[in-house]
Design a protein around this ligand. Structure first.
Ligand code: AMP
Ligand code: MG
Length: 310
């Protein structure tokens, strides 16, 4: 079945979907209730999937153009920065999403940082230190491929990792983790107050899809390099991770810096949604090209005249 659809119709559905993906501040959600598949909307499921995919690619393309313009405005204004945080289980598609969503924008105004296991130098400092070093400057879009949220995810699932963090002695129970969520919220509030627009995305894949993707890495020569034995090890902690994510959403999705749970079993769905949210949120800043002063205008006119008379 393929019914005809207009741009307005898709816009309405997109807005409805995006509202559903946003985690309400303070709300405890259950990840199992969030789809990993291609639609969060019953109505959309009744439409022909190829047609939706085609339309989705058009939207992605349009969003790339909008993003390019928004980035130019961001750069010209030099008052705001954008911080995009990507989290997800191994193979969730963080790298691919970055590549696709950011492909149209000027590399000069964009920085992508991937965070791995902290180095000894990094653990010499507070846990937020290494992330604050890599924050985007005013005018820039910064993408964090993993982030300080790892310090309440992988570290919470494997609390023995805390032993290498050189922390002062103390209990590592609920209060310890609550303090970390609180620190993260305070850190983000500080950034938002200083002109950073923060968007946090969780790429939500199913356990079956992860199996498929890991197998792909094991069966395709060109993908061997992507495989890490730790992917398999971490997979066995699937439920613990899902639980850590659920608590993290409840504690750190705020009005100022919301979390979005992105269905990611289909890469095109995830990419379109992420691009759509980023592009609409930057547009909502309503940035305009800086107005030049009358003196600058006189200088521009005289420079133009000078060149034309050469
Ligand atoms: P990848 O993103 O696949 O290159 O893997 C990076 C690895 O670094 C993942 O296994 C993460 O769990 C791990 N990692 C990232 N941040 C931290 C952290 N703060 N503490 C411990 N492990 C981390
Ligand atoms: Mg990996």
């Amino acid at each position: 079945m393929c019914r005809s659809k207009t741009g307005g119709y898709y816009r309405m559905i997109r807005e409805k979907i995006i509202r559903k993906l946003r985690v309400e501040p303070g709300k405890r959600i259950t990840l199992k209730k969030f789809e990993t598949g291609w639609a969060q909307d019953e109505e959309l499921k009744t439409y022909d999937k190829d047609a939706v995919k085609e339309r989705s690619n058009e939207i992605l393309e349009a969003n790339r153009l909008t993003l390019a313009t928004s980035q130019e405005l961001l750069w010209a204004n030099n008052t705001h920065s954008v911080l995009i945080i990507l989290q997800g289980m191994d193979t969730a598609g963080k790298d691919g999403t970055i590549r696709h969503v950011m492909s149209g924008i000027n590399p000069q105004g964009c920085r992508v940082c991937s965070f791995k296991v902290p180095t000894p130098e990094e653990t010499e400092h507070n846990f937020l230190w290494r992330y604050s070093r890599d924050l985007p400057r005013r005018g820039e879009i910064g993408v964090f491929n993993r982030s300080y949220y790892e310090d309440v995810l992988v570290v919470k699932v494997h609390p023995e990792l805390l032993e290498s963090q050189q922390l002062p002695p103390g209990k590592r129970g609920g209060r310890f983790w609550d303090a970390r969520y609180e620190d993260i919220n305070a850190f983000e509030r500080h950034l938002v107050r200083n002109g950073t627009l923060i968007m946090k995305f969780f790429l939500h894949i199913s356990r079956d899809e992860q199996k498929k993707r890991i197998l792909e890495r094991l069966e395709t020569e060109e993908k061997y390099w992507k495989f890490s034995l730790s992917d398999l090890a971490e997979r066995s902690y699937w439920d613990q991770y899902q639980k850590a994510y659920e608590t993290m959403f409840a504690k750190t999705s705020t009005d100022a810096a919301p979390w979005y749970i992105i269905p990611a079993d289909y890469k095109w769905v995830a990419r379109t949604l992420v691009a759509d949210i980023i592009s609409s949120q930057i547009q909502a800043l309503d940035l305009k090209y800086p107005v030049v002063s009358p003196e600058q205008l006189t200088q521009i006119e005289s420079a133009r005249e000078q060149l034309n008379n050469e």
